[in-house]
Design a protein around this ligand. Sequence first.
Ligand code: AMP
Ligand code: MG
Length: 318
Amino acid sequence: MTLISPPKSLDQLTGQEIEKKAAIGKIVTYTIGNLTSTYVKEGFQWLLPVVLSQSTDPLWPDPNASIETRIEVDIYGKPVRTMSSMIVHKLIAASTVYPKLFILAPNIRIEKSDRGKTGKHIYEFTQLDFEIQNATSQNVFTTVENALYLLIEGLKKDMKETLAAINRLDALPTLELPFKIFDRADLEAKYGETWEDDITSEITQPVWITNLPREFYDFEDFTTGKWDNYDLLMPKFGEVLSGSKREYDYHKIIKKMEQHGVRKENYSLIIQMAKEGRLKPSAGAGLGLERIIAYLTGVKHIAECQPFPRVPGIVHEL
Ligand code: AMP
Ligand code: MG
């Protein structure tokens, strides 16, 4: 893997660097505006995020997770954690009041310092996190494909000069829908352990990868051992989104939590709702906003898309 040096903070930028940062900023504004308006038009309700909660994503056992510190403090006599994702909140919200929802959710994940040089990791980022009650994986694929198609076509039309200024006008392909779908097990058989990097360097269009063993809330077919979940990989870039059809069966959830050694006391509400049959089937995903913007802008380090870079291992004053 090539190691990427971290970007400068705002006060250190000069001349052309300021111009480039400003151009990326315009792509960020356009992207947030375009994606949120597509989701609203598609009938999603826009929820504002929470930042501290007793229950958050265990990020375990996702083989891609690498967390150095989990932030936990006591407030009002109760322990709360900074949000690593809003998965638990999404499942309960989609099961009750908001059957089709999205959130621009800030996530804090104190990634190990060596991830500061991958160019793909930051320790504070934002997900466009969405969930749809009674949906299938296919519904999620269609939603995401449509949103990304409109985003890229919109950028090419409305942000032509800005894209040209950062040499990205010709780099972005017109998306061909639907995206191809690959099973992780087949890729592993073909490429071995490096399947993700290999397929990322080969593709010229985004692809879906399904059947990825990971957290308890992703749906696993216990008879076949197959997972009904997915990642979206962008060509020459890699993962920008993860999601799944969700588990809602009480016995399966408990079994997986026990298998994974997840602390059930942090998930009593979702367990209780599943037990009472109040957790509804749903499917959803989280699109890493900085990741998709890093792909669109072609920056070397994802933190170049942040006004205040959050590079693992580096803490600036701002
Ligand atoms: P996950 O469910 O853990 O895959 O997270 C959802 C999405 O958030 C990923 O597909 C990435 O696009 C994004 N993401 C996760 N971790 C990071 C990170 N450390 N830095 C930037 N984006 C991230
Ligand atoms: Mg992922």
